[in-house]
Design a protein around this ligand. Structure first.
Ligand code: ADP
Length: 485
């Protein structure tokens, strides 16, 4: 029997992307399809989405979705059904999905994503003619209210379907003051400790977690970490109380988009058998960033420039990295002080450090295909995708030992090296000495050509495709649907 799943996400590749969530939401339908799952994705109708979606058919109207008129558009993307919530009052604006051009959160984000959730609940609850779903899968706080609406205010005569809440990052919870509650059009019963109330306000992610039948997060280590205060961000008690209903399923990578043999963005495609061709990509990358070509390792960073990603500590160790003969190319944007810090480091080390402030998908591919190692010193990392792309592209990951980074990179310690299984380097903490020593270790490994190539090849041969995780999601859906009947 084919199960019909509604996947609700605020971004999805190839339509709109600000981070890893989009990669996952975009890849999931194809990942579960081989296992008898028909997944339909719902995303908001931002201008970029409407422009890319092409010919879409209107299949439903809301006169007022939390005060704004809205339509549901239906189209196909890569053979899968894609639904777009076209609500111009909420989504027809330039800027990022969550922020205006100056980087400030849109003032009405709470209403925008509550409306998104309301629409998803109507769809999963059977209120939209022609659509029928067995389960609703919500991603992150922007989609979480779908589960709360389905539980506390299902459409009249609607069918109760089970819900899955996936946390891609616990640090973003969608918390708003209590004064929002009357605008949500939820019954008073929803205002409770096991409902939408969270620390005296309304917590979107919290509401989704309370209303979900199962909570998932994107790596087994992070699923364990969020039971502790350091990572749970105030919701650790709730996570712990859900016991074995909180599980970790590792993200995969979309091999159609991230394969060094077929990547159209690489000057010189290569495989594990033709690793020597990588050199041309390295030379091109050095030239692109205005670096002096050299024999030393070329480190890369492709990241949001934030405290979570440990970029403040990385700034502190750059002199050490350059002092040992390393060079760095960085692509990212975020915290204004960090952006300025990296630009300053590039000015201090001309020809050794190159910095691009911004977002550039094609350049991120060229960096994975030409860099020697990718630095990911995150303080916490639910899964992380850049280390997986690094592994697939022979760009050795140098990571902090946390969350999905710890689950996917095998540290080149003595035991792993002698067994020939290492794939990268893990830093033991996110502070100056931990990172400086990981960089020293990496550079020493790099100077041993055969050991380094072994690291690269091990990573390239490792399987981080969606195979196993697609099956894990499919099994989870099937068990919840069975439990519900
Ligand atoms: P997060 O979602 O926390 O930002 P992930 O590692 O899970 O971190 O996913 C980040 C995704 O965004 C990856 O696909 C990465 O390649 C991409 N990315 C991050 N910053 C940039 C950038 N400045 N330009 C292009 N791609 C970027």
């Amino acid at each position: 029997m084919t199960l019909s799943i509604l996947s609700v996400a605020s971004e999805a590749v190839p339509l709109i992307k600000t981070g890893g969530l989009a990669d996952v939401a975009g890849a999931l339908p194809a990942a579960v399809a081989p296992h008898g799952i028909a997944m339909t994705t719902l995303i908001p109708g931002y201008p970029a989405v409407l422009a890319k979606a092409g010919k879409a058919k209107a299949i439903h109207n809301w006169d007022s979705l939390l005060g704004e008129p809205a339509r549901l558009l239906s189209t196909k993307l890569d053979g899968q059904l894609l639904l777009i919530l076209d609500a111009p009052g909420f989504f027809a604006r330039e800027g990022s999905p969550y922020q205006d051009g100056t980087g400030k959160d849109w003032a009405d984000n709470a209403r925008r994503f509550a409306a998104f959730g309301r629409a998803a609940a109507d769809m999963a609850g059977g209120a939209v003619k022609g659509l029928r779903f067995d389960l609703l899968h919500a991603h992150d706080w922007q989609a979480a209210m779908a589960l709360a609406y389905l539980r506390f205010a299902p459409p009249a005569g609607g069918k109760a379907v089970p819900g899955v809440m996936t946390i891609h990052n616990m640090a973003f919870q969608g918390w708003y003051p209590a004064s929002l509650f009357p605008q949500l059009q939820l019954p008073r019963t929803a205002w409770s400790i096991d409902g939408v109330e969270s620390y005296g306000g309304v917590g979107f992610l919290k509401a989704g977690m309370e209303s979900a039948h199962v909570i998932t997060t994107v790596s087994p280590s992070y699923a364990a970490e969020i039971r502790q205060a350091e990572f749970g961000m105030g919701l650790e008690g709730l996570v712990a109380s859900r016991g074995d209903r909180v599980i970790g399923i590792l993200n995969g990578i979309d091999a159609a988009l991230w394969n060094p043999e077929t990547d159209p963005d690489l000057p010189e495609p290569f495989s594990v058998k033709t690793l020597a061709r990588r050199r041309a990509n390295k030379r091109a990358l050095e030239a692109e960033f205005g670096l002096e070509p050299g024999d030393g390792p070329l480190f890369t960073v492709i990241s949001r420039l934030t405290w979570q990603k440990g970029m403040d500590v990385l700034l502190e160790v750059l002199d050490h990295l350059v002092g040992l003969g390393g060079r760095l190319v960085l692509l990212g944007s975020g915290d204004a002080e960090m952006e300025a810090g990296f630009l300053d480091a590039a000015a201090r080390h001309p020809g050794k450090i190159g910095v691009r402030i911004g977002y550039d998908e094609a350049l991120s591919h060229r960096m994975q295909g030409g860099g020697d190692a990718i630095l990911i010193p995150s303080r916490f990392e639910p899964c992380g995708l850049t280390q997986l792309y690094g592994l697939a592209y022979g760009c050795v990951p140098v990571v902090a030992r946390t969350g999905g980074l710890a689950d996917t990179v095998i540290d080149a310690n003595i035991a792993a090296l002698s067994a020939g299984v290492a794939t990268g380097v893990q830093a033991n903490g996110v502070h100056y000495h931990a990172l400086a020593s990981a960089i020293s270790r990496t550079i020493a490994l790099y100077r041993n050509r055969s050991a380094w190539q072994r690291l690269q090849k091990n990573g390239m041969k490792a399987d981080f495709s969606w195979g196993a995780s697609g099956l894990a999601y499919a099994n989870l859906y099937a068990s919840l649907v069975k439990e519900a009947v």
